[in-house]
Design a protein around this ligand. Structure first.
Ligand code: CTP
Length: 398
């Protein structure tokens, strides 16, 4: 979504201006062509040279610049932009745009653009709660301007409270969402992710190598498309995606209860979790001591959550995953049929660039109507996009 997009990064005068540098790096790393406009006050905090070096584009600071004005700088930037992001957005800039003041390069360009504008406010807690500011923000939201809410924390001014700039990653996520078509708006999507853990005793468990990255990428992707996303996650080291409701579970049985309790409200269920197939028949209350040379743990089958969903009379659109080390197509198609799915994502987890614990995947998608699609090697974020494109297309014809 971000790659090759022309993004105008407006930087205002606030102590958080230095965090705009981190955002700029995230945007350029993702392939965006970023053009920075700094207000006069912003230049008191960070120099234009920093932004110019990191964006590889000239930084705009003056409305009446003789070189840029050959093509009327503010209008050409406004026309060419795919997205505006204002970081940190001060009470001043939000107030100015809310009442239509255009008296410098940044305000003039924002007023002239038809591109989406995303504000990431940062200010003193009392400024933030001031009804004048709140009214301005409310007005801009009503007019379709986008916001990444500030967070609570200790503020540079010494106060504690709401007004701290959201993390650069959250603003980056907001940029993604702003550039994504809302083709899942109104849909509720349940996604499971990560491994499950089946306890043997208080210190040991059976699990697998799943990192949860694929399921989390799907949750982020669905959220950007406007879906109401519920992520039921086994234990992972990943950060909770913004805007997603996360329910943490440990075992397959817990995952089963959480999924079954919520499925009736869902349009789509995507089961990316690597559910442990078996659990110990007995969970020892005390740590098992090593008394013998060898030992045996009796295992019993876990409930197959996806098969249970497939057997429902009124079931949502169902997407399964097939983690295979051989006969990928055959095994994946068999699972799709046996579990009564609409679609299955088959991946060969024996390859080093696919499956567990890596950022890339190679997947083959199989559909109920017999068709299939080879996605090749791509990042898990890109694969999540490809899977969701198919979900969107098939929901429309369902
Ligand atoms: N799955 C599930 N509940 C289980 C086992 C698997 O819901 N107890 C789901 C997974 O989330 C995945 C799909 O079923 O979407 C296929 O999982 P996979 O581990 O590839 O296959 P299994 O059905 O467990 O079969 P096998 O382990 O024999 O390959």
């Amino acid at each position: 979504m971000i790659a090759n997009k022309k993004i105008i990064l407006g930087v205002c005068g606030g102590i958080a201006a230095y965090k705009a540098i981190e955002l700029l790096r995230l945007l350029t790393k993702a392939g965006a062509d970023v053009h920075v406009i700094m207000t006069r006050a912003a230049q008191e905090f960070v120099t234009p040279l920093t932004f110019q070096t990191l964006s590889s584009n000239p930084v705009h600071t003056e409305l009446f610049n003789l070189i840029a004005e050959q093509e009327i700088g503010h209008i050409s930037l406004a026309d060419q932009a795919d997205l505006f992001i204002v970081v940190p957005a001060t009470a001043n800039i939000i107030g100015k745009i809310a009442v239509g003041i255009a008296d410098d390069m940044l305000t003039t360009t924002i007023m002239a653009t038809k591109a989406p504008v995303l504000f990431a406010p940062a200010m003193n807690v009392n400024m933030f709660s001031n009804p004048i500011y709140q009214e301005n923000e409310h007005k801009l939201r009503r007019l379709g301007y986008l916001f990444v809410d500030p967070i609570r924390g200790s503020l540079a001014c010494g106060w504690e409270g709401e007004g701290k700039l959201a993390a650069p990653e959250a603003v980056f996520e907001g940029a993604h969402a702003a550039l994504t078509e809302k083709n899942l708006r109104g849909r509720t999507i349940l996604i499971t992710a990560g491994p499950t853990r089946e306890e043997i005793d208080p210190v040991r468990y059976i699990s697998n190598h799943s990192s949860g990255k694929m399921g989390y990428a799907l949750a982020r992707g669905a959220c950007r498309r406007g879906a109401n996303v519920l992520l039921i996650s086994g234990p992972t080291a990943l950060t909770k995606p913004d805007g997603v409701r996360v329910v943490a579970v440990t075992s397959a049985s817990e995952m089963q209860s959480e999924v079954m309790a919520r499925v009736s409200a869902c349009d789509v269920v995507i089961k990316a979790a690597a559910v442990a197939d078996y659990r110990p028949l007995v969970r020892n209350a005390l740590k098992i001591k090593k008394k013998t040379e060898s030992t045996t743990i009796e295992l019993v089958k876990n409930p197959d959550i996806l098969a249970e969903l497939g057997a429902m009379e009124q079931r949502p659109f169902l997407v399964g995953f097939a983690a295979e080390t051989d006969a990928l197509a055959e095994n994946a198609e068999k699972k799709m049929r046996e579990k009564n799915l609409d679609m299955i994502v088959g991946n060969d987890v024996s390859q080093i660039d696919a499956g567990f614990n890596v950022d890339t995947n190679r997947a083959l998608l199989f559909f109920r109507d017999g068709s299939s699609c080879d996605c090749g090697l791509m990042s898990k974020d890109q694969l999540a996009g490809a899977i969701l494109d198919h979900v969107v297309a098939r929901l429309q014809t369902r």
